[in-house]
Design a protein around this ligand. Structure first.
Ligand SMILES: Cc1cc2nc3c(=O)[nH]c(=O)nc-3n(C[C@H](O)[C@H](O)[C@H](O)COP(=O)(O)OP(=O)(O)OC[C@H]3O[C@@H](n4cnc5c(N)ncnc54)[C@H](O)[C@@H]3O)c2cc1C
Length: 634
């Protein structure tokens, strides 16, 4: 609000920036809608659209903001003893009402259950992850337990089919996919002090020690194995159950499921909850994710159930990583989208050097660059998710969408490559993108007000930066991708699919540029002229360059679906002008601009369409008050 000239500002009077409230992401942002329209048949999409609109609206509501503020303002803590010094039956993890409500809200809006809803057919994953895209940036990091809960549900869903109905795993699965306030969450305990990336260093041991007489009252708490060890990172410490890795006496890893608490019956017949051998050693202090109760846990004779085969722990738990990695990149993209929305709202409300910020050409170019990058990430993400639909459903016929890999080995290879690649690349892109959004807000962008989550980009940046560490660091994922493609005929299978997909691009200039880059990358990825060790040392460059080719391919195909002009310009920028892109960690001799960036006004006009969806106004900004007269002649 401005005041009359020459009147000094006071603490209460003077200029105040007043950005408009954030809009519903689902109704205001075209990129998610385009992805859904591409991968979900219109009849199914129409049937779930009201849920998206509702969730998108709730995500920017005052109620949800209050819950997220509460969760960050009042961070979790542990109480292990009462005032007299007596240890409780289990360590009490105190979390806020806001945190709990964020969990209930997610369950109600099906952020886990949609992935197991047969009514949504093979599109249930796309719908589920779109729900998570809307939920995650407002979830106060409850999206983390949701991710691990989904991972556990996924593992159990593949195991319970052959189990008798009284087996406790049925009840666990039901709890994990519940949409009511009694919903369960699951933790995932893999990382230990000796290593998170390399779980072979695990110092947690399991011994087979079944109870002589299993209790009737708590079959879940009476698993056949006793587990002891120390878990260095447990984020869902308030979970009902956990999936964990431990070594059997053979020294090999197995996967177990255990409840965090068991029920015992006292002599007078009263049931009582006690710790299932879990002691919270301490909660960790972290840069971000402060709402999340990340703990170190000591396990002593924890009763657990074996999942899958003994000594086949990695084989059993590996599919979970596909699920949690997808949650991770969806979370990164949604946090980044939220940061872009905040930045845009601010730019609309702010002026500087005598001009509105939203039109200042350099600022407009920065926002356009962010939109191009984000669109590339969205395309890669929802394509990966669509392949999960094929892999999970084992359908026999190829999809009508001819760019999707064929069911069977081809889909498996592309999916395996992409879950790791997309998680690694998008996580890095998002952190860089959100940092730009922070700077685009000036000094206010650096503020970190726990009470005001609506415009708090610092919190988004802190919370998103962990995404490149957990579920596999960038190095670990690059190493995985490179070793996977060096194995058997995986690279050949990927090549057959990608060559076929590149041939679908109609625009010759885009197709040739991408195909040339892919051929060069493919040729470089050869063990004829170099050792696998040499390839591994450059694995990040291979993975990021591959991601650039894939994003470009998908952007081109997306734009050719409806010849949407903005989508076509985004594809052109990505592929031909080397604008947008996946960051610096690429082979620069493979990804090069072709020098056909439109000059001056035309480029700016496209910036405006990409960012604001409107034509550049006639009274455009010049970039600085000293240039204002010059520009009006343009
Ligand atoms: C906030 C937070 C919450 C977490 N929550 C959980 C949880 O709930 N459950 C859980 O199990 N874990 C959790 N983790 C742990 C996380 O998954 C691990 O920190 C991560 O997997 C890395 O393992 P590490 O910390 O042991 O690092 P290390 O494995 O020791 O890695 C150190 C460095 O070595 C590099 N490196 C490792 N292997 C290779 C390789 N093959 N080639 C090249 N470089 C390599 C890594 O990239 C990294 O830079 C959490 C972590 C954080 C920060």
């Amino acid at each position: 609000m401005s005041q009359s000239p020459h009147q000094p500002a006071t603490a209460d009077n003077g200029y105040i920036t007043q950005p408009a409230p954030l809009e519903n992401t689902y109704t205001s942002d075209p990129s998610l809608k385009r992805a859904l329209e591409w991968y979900v048949p219109s009849a199914i999409l129409q049937s779930v659209e009201p849920n998206f609109t509702q969730l998108g609206g709730e995500a920017v509501s005052e109620q949800v903001r209050e819950w997220t503020a509460d969760a960050e303002r009042n961070q979790p803590y542990v109480k292990s003893h009462n005032v007299w010094g007596k240890r409780y039956d289990y360590d009490r993890l105190i979390t806020t009402e806001g945190w709990k409500q964020l969990g209930h809200w997610g369950a109600r809006r099906k952020v886990v259950s949609a992935g197991y809803d047969p009514a949504l057919g093979m599109h249930r994953r796309t719908i589920q992850y779109a729900l998570n895209f809307l939920y995650a940036p407002s979830s106060g990091l409850y999206s983390c337990p949701i991710s691990m809960t989904d991972g556990a549900a996924f593992i159990l869903s593949s195991k319970i089919g052959g189990l008798p109905s009284a087996h406790p795993f049925h009840a666990v699965f039901k709890g994990l996919v519940s949409e009511n306030e009694d919903h369960w969450t699951s933790g995932q305990w893999m990382t230990e002090r000796a290593g998170g990336s390399d779980v072979q260093n695990t110092e947690t041991w399991a011994t087979y020690s079944p109870l002589p007489e299993p209790s009737v009252s708590d079959p879940l708490g009476d698993g056949d194995f006793l587990i002891s060890g120390f878990k260095f990172f447990s984020s869902a410490t308030d979970a009902n159950v956990a999936l964990l890795l431990a070594k059997s006496p053979s020294g090999k890893l197995s996967t177990f499921l255990a409840p965090l608490r068991r029920t015992v019956v006292d002599n007078d017949g009263t049931p009582r909850q006690i710790s299932n051998g879990v002691r919270i050693h301490r909660l960790k202090n972290k840069l971000g994710t402060k709402e999340l109760p990340t703990a170190e846990l000591e396990l002593k004779d924890m009763r657990a159930h074996l999942i899958g085969e003994l000594d086949q722990g990695i084989v059993t738990i590996a599919p979970l990583l596909n699920v949690t990695r997808i949650h991770t990149f969806v979370g990164s993209l949604s946090g980044w989208r939220r940061a872009i929305s905040i930045t845009k709202s601010f730019a609309r409300a702010r002026s500087t050097v005598g001009e509105p910020l939203w039109l200042i050409p350099m600022h407009l170019r920065l926002l356009a660059d962010l939109e191009v990058k984000h669109r590339g990430g969205m395309n890669l993400a929802f394509f990966t998710i669509a392949i999960m639909g094929i892999v999970e459903n084992q359908q026999s016929k190829p999809s009508e969408l001819s760019h999707l890999p064929h069911p069977g080995k081809e889909a498996n290879v592309v999916f395996r490559t992409l879950t790791a690649t997309t998680k690694a690349v998008v996580s890095k892109m998002a952190v860089a993108g959100i940092q730009e959004c922070q700077e685009a807000m000036g000094g206010v962008g650096y503020m970190d007000e726990p009470d005001e989550p609506e415009f708090n980009i610092s919190r988004i940046l802190r919370n998103t930066s962990v995404n490149s560490i957990w579920e596999g660091t960038t190095n670990v994922l690059a190493s995985e991708v490179a070793r996977f493609l060096l194995k058997a005929d995986n690279l050949d299978i990927l090549t057959v699919w990608l060559d076929r997909t590149l041939a679908l691009i109609q625009a010759a200039n885009l197709r040739v540029k991408l195909s040339t880059a892919w051929s060069a990358l493919r040729e470089r990825f050869s063990t004829e002229s170099q050792s696998p060790t040499s390839i591994l040392s450059d694995a990040r460059r291979y993975m990021f360059t591959l991601a650039w080719v894939l994003c470009g391919t998908l952007l081109a195909l997306d734009s050719e679906r409806d010849l949407n002009p903005v989508s076509m310009e985004i594809a052109r920028r990505w592929i031909l002008s080397a604008e947008g892109g996946v960051g610096d960690m690429v082979f620069h001799d493979i990804i090069m601009a072709q020098g056909i960036t439109p000059k001056g006004d035309e480029h700016l006009e496209w910036d405006c369409r990409i960012v604001w969806g409107v034509e550049l106004p006639a009274d455009r900004a010049s970039g600085h008050r000293s240039l204002q007269k010059t520009v009006s002649k343009l």
